[in-house]
Design a binder for this molecule. Structure first.
Ligand SMILES: NC(=O)c1ccc[n+]([C@@H]2O[C@H](COP(=O)([O-])OP(=O)(O)OC[C@H]3O[C@@H](n4cnc5c(N)ncnc54)[C@H](OP(=O)(O)O)[C@@H]3O)[C@@H](O)[C@H]2O)c1
Length: 314
């Protein structure tokens, strides 16, 4: 966990005036990002829409990086401000490379928001497990590809993770479920742990360039994300989680922590951390709904994942 103001590792727990009930609009109220440029992956649905809306309201120019550009354009048309749409399929290396090649000029905010959850066993043409390929490898390729544009003082990368990271560390011995039976939740959890580890290692590598990267859990929000889960199973999982203190949020509330991490002056220079409900998460105490797992913030695992990702992507 890095704080450039102190030039060292910082352990103080960060809170803000916002909480689980705050909306993205409340978080960005009074923040002026005119002249700044932002990308939101998966900005055509769910919390990505609300994230883009809030960023555009600050005066930032927002690009929705989406695989369905017609849906992206419909969303863009409904947002006040400067909102562009560009094609991006995170599970397709050529598509990520084309997005990077098409980018020009500085990039101040990259919100790695797109994701797929609990999909049935699916593999990319390379044989990579789809959730890891989309949620982690695609965003890794995008983020490292855009690094030269991000290298502007105060640039922020936002890694949208999940409390589902508590379901699995990155299993380096069998990331793609070749040796072990496929489990859609273990695969999702692994990919969401990878999202946190990306924030840890990217901040370590890039803080000197003025770039910080943080991860977050948006909360539980009913969106298209649940499309692969039987509705009865989903409702039963939500009921169980609610009993443990989990609260279901609106998409406007679900985008609040992403937007906080992307824009708040309170987080200037802060990186390598995991937030939830608009505050830094506490260490997980064994429950399955909140807090951050030690393995997700482990610097050695973060460095290893970076190396494995580079090798995988060639
Ligand atoms: N909703 C929750 O309760 C919850 C909880 C914890 C974490 N999260 C995280 O929040 C993020 C946003 O989720 P959401 O709830 O807003 O779900 P959502 O409405 O399904 O949005 C996810 C977006 O990701 C896009 N996407 C999926 N695969 C892609 C690919 N290969 N290339 C490019 N884009 C792709 C989807 O595009 P299409 O529309 O084309 O499919 C969609 O726009 C995800 O990272 C998710 O893991 C959500």
């Amino acid at each position: 966990m890095y704080d450039s103001r102190l030039g060292n590792i910082m352990t103080e727990h960060i809170t803000t005036p916002f909480d689980a009930a705050s909306t993205a609009a409340q978080v960005v109220a009074g923040i002026d990002l005119t002249g700044r440029r932002a990308v939101v992956t998966g900005g055509a649905s769910g919390i990505g829409v609300e994230t883009a809306k809030a960023l555009a309201s600050t005066g930032a120019e927002v690009t929705l990086a989406v695989r369905d550009t017609a849906a992206g354009q419909r969303v863009a048309d409904g947002i006040d401000g400067t909102v562009r749409v560009a094609p991006l399929d995170l599970a397709d290396r050529a598509s990520v490379a084309a997005f990077v090649a098409g980018w020009d000029g500085p990039l101040h905010i990259l919100v790695n928001n797109a994701g797929v959850m609990a999909a049935p066993e699916t593999r990319t043409p390379e044989g990579w497990e789809l959730q890891f390929a989309t949620n982690h490898l695609g965003h890794f390729a995008l983020t490292t590809g855009l690094h030269r544009f991000l290298a502007v003082e105060g640039a922020r990368v936002v890694s949208v993770s999940s409390s589902a990271h508590l379901m699995s560390p990155v299993v380096f011995d069998d990331i793609h479920f070749v040796e072990r039976p496929y489990d859609p939740w273990a695969a999702y959890g692994q990919s969401k742990t990878a999202n946190v580890l990306l924030a840890v290692e990217a901040t370590k590598r890039w803080a000197a360039d003025g770039i910080t990267v943080n991860a977050l859990m948006p909360g539980g929000i009913r969106t298209n994300l649940q499309r692969h889960v039987d509705p009865r199973q989903m409702e039963s999982m939500i009921d169980q989680a609610v009993e443990q203190g989990f609260r279901v949020k609106t998409p406007e509330q679900g985008a609040a922590t992403s937007v906080l991490v992307a824009t708040s002056p309170l987080l200037e220079g802060v990186g390598g951390r995991y937030f939830e409900d608009c505050a830094e998460a506490l260490p997980n105490d064994g429950n399955m709904v909140n807090g951050v797992a030690a393995y997700a913030l482990d610097p050695e695992a973060a460095a290893r994942l970076w190396q494995v990702s580079e090798e995988t992507l060639g």
